[in-house]
Design a binder for this molecule. Structure first.
Ligand code: FAD
Ligand code: EPU
Length: 347
């Protein structure tokens, strides 16, 4: 009931890297009850499981011997307050659909996060961000279910431990928990976030949420690979956050590296720039390659296998470490035959 099961089918269309691997079973779930039922069956038969949204932040390394649960639990509830709109959104809704929907409703504030692939649940786990806005800036709470005892736990935003592409849901609440809903608050008073890359695209007189949305969609379409052409998972690595001492060393031999000062005094620098400066000459392993217009993105040109993508990532990581003494931490999750694993760790 409420589920759609596929046996031994390829996951190719369910991960944006377009990696052609299989799972023992793929199950689409539309209700929390079916999610719990599947978890219980997996638990009692000792079969591994993994929950996916759109598979846009994962790299499957080999055939998965367990059950892939595709979250399609959908629904949106809206409450109006004097100064804000409160939205309760179930975790299988698509993030980019939500951005479009809020604009249509006249709720402004999500436009900077236009066109980011993935589901609402993953947006919270990952604390997605782009063009000056992060999920944490609009989050009110995240609802989790403890699959073992079916208890729903509400984690208010201050306890979510959001940081750059990170949250408590990647640490404490991994095994045995699922994100089922999020609460966000959109203020009625619109505060545009108007950053440098947008200056060239928008006339300040014309500025509106729709204009920001339109120009961010345009920038992203120009800069990021079209998923129908090249498989990828967005930025493969995070931008490194380094100490002032390391930053001084880097700036001493190159002053035009893009950087962003953090509240604690540390400095986030552009990983794409480091990769660009290393000047990898047409490096590719089989069909795994660096995307020319955005060097932080690794692409599957056609039939790359995951080992080739991993090998390329290792070459980049080692080269950047050797030349700049900076460690690039992967942003994506790696999944082997039985579950998530940590790879390309700092040695
Ligand atoms: P998935 O890849 O399906 O899952 C990611 C992880 O979350 C997995 O470990 C999975 O097991 C876990 N998970 C998923 N759902 C649940 C759940 N309900 N409960 C528990 N665990 C769960 N990211 C940005 O931040 N900014 C960007 O600008 C950006 N641009 C991108 C552009 C492209 C072209 C691509 C391909 C990716 C981009 N990303 C970006 C990365 C990606 O879109 C985000 O990380 C997104 O939130 C992943 O969503 P997903 O549903 O596809 O997650
Ligand atoms: N740059 C280069 N070479 C390149 C690309 C960029 O030198 O090939 C330099 C340019 O100077 C550019 C600067 O790096 O101005 C920043 O580039 P960009 O605006 O593309 O942003 P980014 O830091 O590479 C981050 C996020 C993206 C997000 C954009 C926009 C990370 C790891 N990535 O990329 O998120 O869309 O900012 O805000 O933080 C993702 O997480 O998957 C993702 C795509």
């Amino acid at each position: 009931m409420y589920t759609n099961q596929i046996y031994q089918k390829s996951l190719k269309d369910l991960n944006t890297f377009s990696i052609d691997i299989t799972a023992k079973k793929i199950i689409f779930v539309q209700t929390i009850k079916s999610l719990i039922d599947i978890y219980k069956k997996c638990n009692s038969s000792h079969v591994p499981y993994i929950i996916l949204g759109e598979g846009s932040n994962v790299l499957f390394l080999e055939n998965y011997k367990g059950i892939v649960i595709i979250n399609r639990i959908k629904g949106i509830r809206i409450k109006e307050k004097n100064n804000a709109w409160l939205l309760h959104i179930l975790s299988g809704e698509k993030w980019s659909d939500l951005v479009k929907y809020t604009l249509k409703m006249g709720f402004f504030g999500l436009e900077n996060l236009a066109l980011i692939p993935g589901c609402i649940g993953s947006a919270a786990i990952q604390n997605i961000g782009a063009y000056g806005l992060e999920f944490k800036n609009i989050c009110q709470y995240v609802d989790l279910i403890s699959l073992k005892d079916e208890k729903i736990i509400r984690i208010t935003k201050n306890l979510c431990k959001f940081s750059y592409r990170d949250s408590i849901f990647k640490h404490k609440y991994q095994e045995g928990y699922a994100v089922i809903a999020v609460g966000i608050k959109i203020l009625k008073k619109w505060n545009p976030i108007f950053l440098k890359p947008l200056f060239k695209k928008i006339n300040i007189i014309k500025i509106s949420p729709y204009e920001i949305y339109r120009s961010i969609c345009q920038i992203r379409k120009e800069k990021l690979p079209n998923l129908n052409k090249y498989g990828n998972a967005g930025s493969f690595f995070k931008n490194p956050i380094i100490s002032q001492k390391d930053a001084k060393r880097i700036f001493s031999f190159n002053t035009n590296i893009p950087y962003y000062l953090q509240v604690d005094g540390s400095i986030k620098i552009s990983a794409a720039w480091l990769i660009e400066k290393y000047n990898f000459k047409n490096v590719h392993i089989g069909d795994a390659a660096i995307y020319k217009k955005q060097k932080l993105i690794l692409i599957n040109r056609k039939k790359a296998n995951p080992k080739e993508i991993l090998k390329l990532a290792q070459i980049i990581q080692k080269s950047i470490l050797k030349k700049f003494k900076i460690y690039l931490e992967p942003e994506i999750d790696f999944i082997n035959s039985s579950g998530k694993i940590k790879l390309l760790k700092k040695i």
